[in-house]
Design a protein around this ligand. Structure first.
Ligand SMILES: C[S@@+](CC[C@H](N)C(=O)[O-])C[C@H]1O[C@@H](n2cnc3c(N)ncnc32)[C@H](O)[C@@H]1O
Length: 279
C-alpha cells in the first residue's frame, strides 16, 4: 500500500520542474525511502504504480490529509463514525502523522510532533515492563512504544472507525502485527471492570479531552485504574498543557480525584502535559 502526503510530493514536483528524472522519496510517510521515476505521465513507484501529475498537485495542496495510491487513483484517508458521529482524518506531519477527530489533533503537534509526544508520555513510566494497559488506542503510538519493552500491552479503542484509520497508517502497522499487543474495542470505562485487581504494572491513560470524555476523568474510573494497578505501579494521565487555563482547571480536579481514589503521590509532569500517579 502506498501512502502519501504533501511532505513526500512537494519535493518531487520541484525535482520534476528541474527536469530530474529520478528522485528519492517515500511510500510510507517517511518511514522508509525508495526511488521514484519522474516521467511525462507522472511519478512511477518501484511496484509500477503511477501517480499522475494532476493527482500529485492535489496531494501537494492538501496540507491536512494523507492519501492512498492504488490502481493509479488516490483516495483521501478519512472516515465518519456512525457510532460517535465524529469525522476522522489522517493528518501528516514532518514526522509521524496524527489523527484529527472532528478537526482536533489527537497528539501534540505544536512545537513538537506525534512521535516526540509519544516518547515523552511513555518516558514518565520508564522502565516499562510486565503487563501494561493503554486506555485509549488512537493510532496506537503509545501502545507500540510500550510494547518495545513490556511483556504484554492491552489497549482499548472505543470507536471502530478510529481503528480503521489506524489500519491505513504505516506508522501504526506494529499495532496490528505485534502479538504482544492485545487490542480491545469498547469503552474503557466499562472494559476496565473485567480486569483483575493488580493486573498491570503500568497504565498509560491518554483520553480525549475532558469535554469529550468526562467519564474517563471521573473518580469512579480513577478508582478502577487504582484497583487494576499493581502496588508500586505507576499511572500516566495525559491532560494537555498544564499551564493553559483548561489544563490548569482539569489537572487540578484530576489531581484531587486521583488522590481520593487512593494514589498517595501525584506529580505534575509539565514536559509530558500530564499527571504521574504512584500506587
Ligand atoms: C488522544 S487519542 C489516544 C492516542 C494514542 N494514545 C496514541 O498514541 O495514538 C484518544 C483515543 O481514545 C478513543 N476513545 C475515546 N473515548 C474512549 C473510551 N471511552 N474508551 C476507549 N477509547 C476511547 C478515541 O476514539 C481516540 O482514538
Amino acid at each position: 500500500m502506498i501512502v502519501l502526503s504533501h511532505f513526500q510530493i512537494q519535493p518531487l514536483l520541484k525535482a520534476h520542474q528541474q527536469e530530474l528524472t529520478t528522485a528519492i522519496t517515500s511510500t510510507d510517510l517517511n518511514l522508509t525511502t525508495t526511488a521514484g521515476q519522474l516521467t511525462s505521465e507522472g511519478i512511477i513507484y518501484p511496484n509500477d504504480e503511477c501517480l499522475s501529475w494532476d493527482d500529485a498537485h492535489e496531494i501537494a495542496d492538501a496540507e491536512n490529509n494523507c492519501f492512498i495510491l492504488e490502481d493509479r487513483s488516490i483516495t483521501k484517508i478519512q472516515g465518519f463514525s456512525e457510532f460517535t458521529h465524529r469525522h476522522y482524518t489522517l493528518m501528516p506531519t514532518a514526522s509521524a502523522p496524527t489523527m484529527l477527530i472532528s478537526g482536533i489533533p489527537m497528539h501534540r503537534i505544536k512545537d513538537t510532533n506525534p512521535f516526540e509526544d509519544t516518547l515523552s508520555k511513555v518516558k514518565t513510566l520508564a522502565p516499562v515492563a510486565g503487563r501494561v494497559l493503554d486506555t485509549a488506542t488512537g493510532l496506537g503510538y503509545t501502545a507500540i512504544e510500550m510494547s518495545k519493552t513490556a511483556e504484554e500491552v492491552t489497549t482499548i479503542e472505543l470507536d471502530p472507525a478510529a481503528q480503521d484509520i489506524a489500519r491505513l497508517n504505516p506508522w501504526s502497522r506494529t499495532l496490528f502485527e505485534n502479538p504482544k499487543i492485545k487490542q480491545l474495542i469498547g469503552d474503557s470505562f466499562d472494559q476496565i471492570e473485567a480486569f483483575e485487581d493488580h493486573a498491570f504494572s503500568r497504565i498509560l491513560h491518554d483520553p480525549p479531552t475532558f469535554a469529550l470524555a468526562g467519564d474517563l476523568y471521573s473518580l469512579e474510573f480513577y478508582r478502577q485504574l487504582f484497583r487494576v494497578l499493581k502496588s508500586k505501579g505507576r499511572l500516566f494521565h495525559y491532560i494537555g498543557d498544564l499551564n493553559s487555563p483548561s489544563g490548569t482547571r482539569v489537572s487540578k480536579g484530576a489531581f484531587k480525584r486521583l488522590q481520593e481514589a487512593g494514589f498517595k503521590r501525584v506529580e505534575r509532569r509539565h514536559e509530558a502535559f500530564g499527571l504521574l500517579a504512584y500506587k
